[in-house]
Design a protein around this ligand. Structure first.
Ligand SMILES: [Fe+2]
Length: 189
């Protein structure tokens, strides 16, 4: 968790400065998560190989653009609330609770399996942030919910590649990037 900071000198009208600070604190973690996601998506864009390269390579870039746009909206909401958004790489690494993405050059299936787990983590935490802001601020809550709709759509784009005609995911109920990548990769053969 971020260390406790001084209260903002102002926040949006009708909110207390304490609520403004709490909202900024919640949003700071989402800022780190989506900055990390945008970088991870580009890393995948560059490292996928195999027969389905171009489909996955080209699917990823609009997701990068959309996530970068979300990052900007979150950072500017923090500033609007009277906080100071932190967007430096060192702060992301220092304050994040998740591991760095683990795959390098690998098949499209392996990356999609790992990315399924990445999206599961980001979306679960984004939903928690939406729940945590529900009573505090409708505007921040609405922003997070709008982002969730887009993130969940992108998650489906990933999962549709891992799905059988019967609707089952090749990754099963794997919860680790490497486990999920290995199961998805087994479909390469
Ligand atoms: Fe590119």
């Amino acid at each position: 968790m971020a260390t406790k900071k001084a209260l903002p000198k102002y926040t949006v009208p009708s909110l207390s400065r304490e609520d403004g600070a709490r909202l900024a604190e919640i949003l700071q973690v989402r800022l780190h998560a989506l900055n990390d996601l945008a970088l991870t998506l580009k890393h995948i864009h560059w490292n996928v190989v195999g027969p389905h390269f171009i489909a996955v390579h080209e699917m990823i870039d609009p997701q990068v653009d959309a996530v970068r746009a979300m990052v900007d909206v979150i950072a500017e909401r923090i500033a609007t609330l009277g906080g100071a958004p932190v967007g430096t790489p060192g702060a992301i690494v220092r304050e994040r609770s998740w591991d760095d993405y683990g795959l390098g050059r690998d098949t499209t299936n392996a990356h999609l399996g790992a990315l399924d787990v990445v999206y599961q983590g980001v979306i679960t935490d984004h939903r928690q942030a939406a729940a945590d802001t529900e009573e505090l601020d409708d505007v921040t809550n609405d922003m997070l919910i709008g982002q969730l709709a887009e993130l969940e759509l992108f998650h489906w784009f990933v999962r549709a590649h891992l799905e059988s005609a019967g609707g089952a995911l090749s990754t099963g109920d794997e919860t680790t990037e490497r486990g999920s990548a290995a199961k998805a990769k087994a479909k390469d053969d």
